[in-house]
Design a protein around this ligand. Structure first.
Ligand code: MRU
Length: 327
């Protein structure tokens, strides 16, 4: 895991991403030279996951700063970028952080963005180490069997990962038996991306339909659920990939720890509770078709929220690089 490529980086004057739409079929990078290309990549989920979106926001602001002499034009691009996806707070946080250096010129904006990238990987390592310690305390069984949802690995961050960061730490310490990875309907971040990362790292794993997670818990196949986050309110409510809330209910029913891991950039200090989090709704075709093939009658109405909010009372701990968060 030490020498792997970053999910998003600045290479020769442009943003380079690992193309997550192509995985697992093809591992390739894509070069993005304009803010519009980056916004399109964010909307298509070619780059995705809250911490990686923080990097995208900061690097995209650097692209804008190099593209325009007029600060108002840079700010307009930055605003469009920050709104490309609404739920993960890291995107607008990354934009604001880089934009704050605009007065010092484009090189300063880029320097801030690059500092944010370095920090992301370091903070994810720390947060996931803290979460691994806590899980070892809460779960007596060895080796551990974890269940995760969506992809909160290196692909969802600049590097290392959050929930999967816990997996890397536990595996290195010899405390991991296996990971159950929810496939994560409808866009299959679990089956396509988490399974790809786990296979690459040689971690024993199985992919299961989201609907089978509660049954796996009932059969005693899970010691702890560990997930990432897209936005955390100060009371400890957590927005994450759709299906997380249901998992938390099932974990509570079976008396299993439910642990959320995220860098502190995912905590929204202005948000009192999860109630007012804007939940992205995505296109009906993500539900009515699979790989372009219709699976519902033409014209079927759809409810397709990309995220849900898990109330703090169902969460054992939200762990950042600072340790478990106190609501
Ligand atoms: O729609 P996505 O794939 O961007 O959703 C990602 C998630 O929900 C992740 O769990 C979250 O961003 C945490 S990633 C460390």
């Amino acid at each position: 895991m030490e020498d792997v490529r970053r999910t998003i980086d600045w290479v020769n004057g442009a943003v380079e991403i690992i193309d997550q739409v192509a995985l697992p079929g093809e591992y390739r990078t894509v070069r993005l030279t304009t803010v519009d290309e980056l916004i399109d990549a964010i909307r298509r989920l070619a780059v995705r996951g809250a911490p990686a979106l923080g990097g995208a926001g900061a690097l995209g602001t650097a692209l804008a700063a190099f593209a325009h002499d007029d600060p108002a034009a840079v700010r307009a691009d930055a605003e469009r970028l920050a709104g490309a996806r609404p739920t993960a707070v890291n995107l607008s946080w990354g934009v604001s952080r880089a934009l704050a250096r605009l007065g010092d010129g484009p090189d300063a904006v880029l320097a801030e963005a690059l500092a944010l990238l370095d920090e992301d990987e370091r903070l994810n390592r720390e947060a996931s180490a803290r979460a691994a310690e806590l899980i070892l305390e809460k779960c007596p069984r060895r080796p551990l069997r974890l269940l995760t949802h969506c992809n909160a690995g290196r692909l969802a961050t600049v590097g290392w990962g959050t929930a999967l960061g816990v997996v890397w730490h536990l595996q290195a310490a010899g405390h991991l038996e296996y990971v159950l990875a929810d496939e994560t309907r409808p866009l299959l971040q679990g089956a396509r991306l988490t399974a790809w990362e786990l296979a690459e790292a040689g971690v024993p794993h199985r992919v299961l339909p989201d609907a089978a997670a509660a049954a796996a818990m009932a059969r005693g196949m899970v010691d702890c659920v560990v997930v990432g986050a897209d936005r955390i309110a100060v009371n400890g409510d957590v927005a994450n990939k759709i299906g997380t809330y249901g998992l938390a209910i099932a974990a509570a029913r079976h008396g299993l720890p439910f642990v959320v891991v995220a860098p502190s950039s995912t905590v929204d200090p202005g948000l009192a509770s999860g109630e007012s989090i804007v939940i992205e709704e995505r296109s009906p075709e993500e539900i009515t078709t699979i790989s372009g093939i219709p699976v519902a009658p033409p014209g079927t109405n759809v409810f397709n929220p990309a995220f849900d909010v898990t109330p703090a009372e169902l969460i054992t701990a939200v762990v950042t690089e600072k340790g478990p968060m106190t609501p």
